[in-house]
Design a protein around this ligand. Structure first.
Ligand code: MFK
Length: 546
């Protein structure tokens, strides 16, 4: 009998996740945790079951049929099995609703994103339309458009699978996805009804019941300020497309179960979300929410990659013992774990701040911090998810390169995180934009000092001293470049990574100290110390880069 490798298995992804459970014990009251735990447990089991089932249908993709048998243009989308299963589950567990409900006060976002974190990988990127739905609900609330809110929010925030709607986000045109100022879609007011004409180049979740779209009202000036934000329902109550033609579905590197279309708009009926200009300003609340989803889903991908690699290391023997007992493999996994845990704490701190802001419980400094940390978390976790997914593939040797093991999909899917919702460079420049509104790096240093105030362990205190030194160094560099815009922009990426890593290291150390004291859990402290070493090796003073 020749050798057969043991495939990696996943258990309940809530019960098995010591990092998530430890974090939730710290930030949620026992009563809140007990109330939400059945949902967390159910989604943890969903993740385990979906991994086992997915190996039977690795290559599923949605299908677009343009014409029916009788010659009528129908543009019908057939969704995959995973998507059909994920949609009702998302509604019932409140993956969007939980973030907007008041039951758990400022903890609403922690509740919601813990669910998202467990749901994401198993959902085959059904998380994408949920992110856009959450973003759309947030932008509609911020717009103050009471009529639209009364119409759309009961659907977006419903827990009833029949009532629940998902939203699209139609920004990107052929002219560009980062610089939207050249958008060519035109809005015409015809007999009191706005109608959109043009072409949208990336429309994810084209099966969505509604969408928000940027378009230029006829006669408005060129540039971003001339764009307005519109609300559309692309299909009528019979399900027929209204002034929308689907040209084709995109052929993508990953996220293949997500139907992303190229479309033409020819008189699609729309209504204004806010004023007939400054559409980018109106859609910004949506972007900040979808960027938070991006960071949470990137972190969930890291955790999945690690869970599979760690499980396999127990099963796979080479050179006379399991991989888990080989010192170099063990160190490789420990580095991945340290980075993942740091990313987890930065991401969930953004989540906490979002919850505070939404519940009107955030002070000025916390609002500034939220604005600064959102692009940092998005850009750093996006890149890290790709790096960790790539290392995880390598942990499986040749099997990690075979599509039908399900492992390469992790890497193909991860590559979307640094691209959509703003590339790494767009986000680094957004961080500079946010710094202009805040008190520069001082906001970050002040926050860091507060996080450190309660740390008792001497080893962890040493970690945070190193982190503060990195933040201060990056802050000094920022200041030295303040009068040379080109040099500042050229350094924006290095600066953003330096800040992201030093702040993540502090947040991770703060939690590790708590876990030592409350749970006698030394594993979190070991990971925090390891990350501090990795971060200070990579994020020393950013080099001049012009
Ligand atoms: C599973 C995970 C889920 C992920 C969801 C997947 C969904 C996929 C769908 C897509 O990928 S859609 C495409 C996503 N595209 C982007 O994310 C756009 C990338 N480009 C940018 O982010 C640009 O920075 C942006 C278009 C937002 C702005 O560029 P501009 O034209 O140079 O704008 P400008 O003049 O700097 O800003 C306009 C206004 O918006 C300003 O306010 P004022 O008008 O009051 O001065 C800015 O302050 C404000 N603003 C811009 N970004 C902001 C913001 N405000 C708050 N937060 C921000 N992030």
């Amino acid at each position: 009998m020749s050798f057969v490798q043991a495939a990696p298995l996943l258990g309940n992804q809530y019960r098995d996740d010591a990092v998530l459970r430890s974090y939730l014990r710290r930030v949620l009251g026992a009563q809140t945790l007990a109330a939400i735990e059945p949902d967390l447990d159910a989604l943890g089991q969903f993740a385990a079951d979906a991994w086992a089932a997915a190996r039977a249908h690795v290559d599923e993709e949605p299908a677009l049929t343009h014409w029916d048998a009788w010659g009528e243009r129908v543009d019908r989308i057939e969704l995959t099995r995973a998507w059909r299963a994920a949609a009702p589950l998302a509604a019932r567990h409140g993956l969007v609703a939980a973030g907007h409900e008041t039951t758990h006060g400022a903890a609403a976002r922690v509740h919601q994103f813990a669910l998202v974190y467990l749901y994401h990988c198993a959902s085959e990127f059904h998380s994408c339309p949920l992110a856009m739905s959450d973003g759309a609900a947030t932008a509609i609330k911020a717009s103050g458009n009471a009529g639209l809110a009364a119409h759309a929010l009961p659907h977006l925030l419903s827990r009833d699978p029949v009532q629940h709607w998902i939203s699209g986000q139609w920004m990107t045109e052929n002219t560009g996805g980062s610089d939207v100022s050249h958008s060519e879609t035109v809005a015409r007011l015809v007999d009191g009804q706005w109608r959109l004409y043009g072409r949208k180049w990336f429309t994810s979740a084209i099966n969505a019941q509604m969408t928000l779209a940027l378009a230029r009202p006829e006669g408005a000036p060129p540039g971003a300020d001339g764009l307005a934000l519109f609300y559309l329902e692309p299909r009528d109550v019979q399900g027929r497309w209204q002034g929308v033609t689907l040209d084709r579905l995109k052929h993508k590197l990953g996220t293949r179960e997500l139907p992303t279309a190229e479309i033409h708009l020819d008189g699609a009926p729309a209504r204004l979300v806010a004023a007939a200009d400054h559409g980018v300003r109106a859609i910004a609340p949506m972007l900040n929410v979808t960027r938070t989803w991006n960071a949470v889903c990137a972190t969930a991908t890291m955790r999945r990659a690690l869970a599979l690699a760690e499980d396999y290391a127990q099963r796979r023997r080479a050179f006379g013992k399991p991989l888990a007992e080989q010192p170099l493999h063990r160190a490789t996994l420990a580095n991945l774990r340290a980075q993942f845990e740091a990313a987890f704490h930065l991401t969930f701190h953004v989540v906490e701040l979002l919850g505070l802001a939404q519940a009107d419980k955030a002070n000025e400094a916390q609002l500034d911090l939220l604005r600064l940390l959102t692009p940092l978390a998005k850009l750093w976790t996006g890149k890290l998810a790709v790096a960790i997914a790539s290392e995880a593939c390598e942990c499986f040797g040749g099997a990690g390169y075979l599509e039908d093991t399900g492992i390469p999909q992790l890497l193909r899917d991860a590559q979307v995180f640094p691209i959509w919702e703003g590339t790494t460079n767009v986000l680094a420049l957004d961080f500079l934009r946010a710094l202009r509104g805040a008190d520069g790096a001082q906001t970050l240093l002040d926050a860091q000092a507060q996080w450190h105030a309660q740390i008792e362990s001497a080893e962890l205190a040493a970690c945070v001293r190193a982190a503060v030194a990195c933040t201060a160094q990056a802050g000094a560099r920022l200041q030295s470049l303040a009068h040379d815009r080109d040099a500042l922009e050229a350094s924006a990426r290095d600066l953003a990574f330096a800040f992201a890593q030093s702040l993540a290291s502090s947040l991770q150390a703060r939690h590790a100290d708590w876990a030592l004291r409350h749970d006698n859990d030394g594993a979190r402290a070991a990971a925090a110390q390891r990350f501090a070493r990795l971060a200070s090796a990579t994020s020393g003073p950013p080099a001049a880069d012009t």
